[in-house]
Design a protein around this ligand. Structure first.
Ligand code: 13P
Ligand code: SF4
Length: 302
């Protein structure tokens, strides 16, 4: 089927299912273009609490659709591609977290949303890359266990006086960006602004101008005077930036910045998912209720 036919089909399915389609900033351009809303993890979580539709079709990875299902028990959440997971989220289990909590009984647990519902259910509060510092600062505890992303945790640690105990998880695509790439980019484009994601290593963040969530990056680019921007996050972000800031030039710092899981979704898979109402995301009720508390606490902070 041609792109135009697929888009037409998706429109019809949206009406017949009373569905809304949301997509993450890393999705393929054609998938972003058929979505009703495109955003970062925080925006998507918030948006999913405000929809009227009966069905939410989530174009992203499993933990994101799971958060939508946790926040929206009365709606059906479909994940665009059943196998789209997040390797970082799978680096910690609820059992691992229980052990860490026993080891540090006085610490609060802050859990990056890139985690399973079972891990969220064991956590005091969630955060995203857009609000990590505000979440950590909102807590009365002096000690924080931060899971699963060591790099986001380290970045927050550089900005807070609290003692951050970091779980050693990481994002494989962002881990591929190394200081050499930044140095080379700056040599080639000395006037450029360097924007990276906080999932990058501390050595990379130290060489960048800003470490921002995906939507913060898109907004920063729009508002800044910089003409050339070097990007240190997944390449899907370029689509919105090119459309929203067409007068600027963007360079990806390395071709390794590609998340295969984010790229699993295609227009064909969106059609199949909607036609078959497949990949329904379900969370056991006891886990859902506990995980919702951690997500609600985050949404109350910022
Ligand atoms: P944000 O869009 O929240 O910055 O998240 C990045 C990410 O890696 C999602 O998997
Ligand atoms: Fe997970 Fe990294 Fe892919 Fe985001 S970019 S979904 S953190 S592997």
């Amino acid at each position: 089927m041609e792109g135009i036919e697929l888009r037409d089909k998706i429109d019809k399915l949206k009406k017949s299912l009373n569905a809304v389609i949301v997509a993450h900033n890393y999705q393929r351009p054609e998938v972003q273009d058929i979505a009703d809303f495109v955003g970062d993890s925080l925006e998507l979580a918030r948006r999913c609490t405000q929809v009227d539709a009966e069905v939410i079709v989530f174009c992203g990875v499993h933990f994101m659709a799971e958060s939508a299902a946790i926040l929206n028990p009365e709606r059906t959440v479909l994940l665009s591609e059943a196998d789209a997971g997040c390797p970082m989220a799978d680096m910690i289990s609820a059992e691992d977290l229980r052990e860490w909590k026993e080891r540090y009984p006085n610490a609060a647990v802050v859990c990056y949303v890139n985690s399973t519902a079972a891990v969220k259910a064991q956590s005091d509060i969630c955060c995203t890359s857009a609000n990590g510092l505000e979440v950590v600062e909102s807590l009365s505890h002096d000690e924080i266990i931060f899971v699963p992303d060591q790099h986001l945790g380290h970045y927050i640690a550089t900005k807070t006086d609290k003692r951050m105990i970091l779980y050693p998880g990481f994002c494989p695509p962002h881990q591929r960006l190394v200081p050499r790439h930044i140095k080379l980019g700056k040599e080639l484009h000395p006037d450029a602004v360097v924007l990276v994601h906080p999932e990058c290593s501390s050595e990379v963040i130290a060489l960048a101008d800003r470490a921002l969530s995906t939507s913060q990056t898109i907004r920063y680019v729009k508002e800044s005077d910089a003409k050339i921007i070097l990007i240190g996050t997944e390449e899907g972000i370029l689509h919105r930036m090119r459309r929203e800031s067409p007068e600027k030039t963007f360079h990806l710092l390395t071709t390794g910045l590609l998340c295969p899981d984010m790229k699993r979704t295609s227009l064909e898979s969106v059609v199949r998912t909607m036609e078959q109402r497949r990949n329904v995301v379900k969370v056991p009720e006891d886990v859902r209720v506990a995980a919702k508390l951690a997500l609600d606490r985050m949404l109350a902070v910022i």
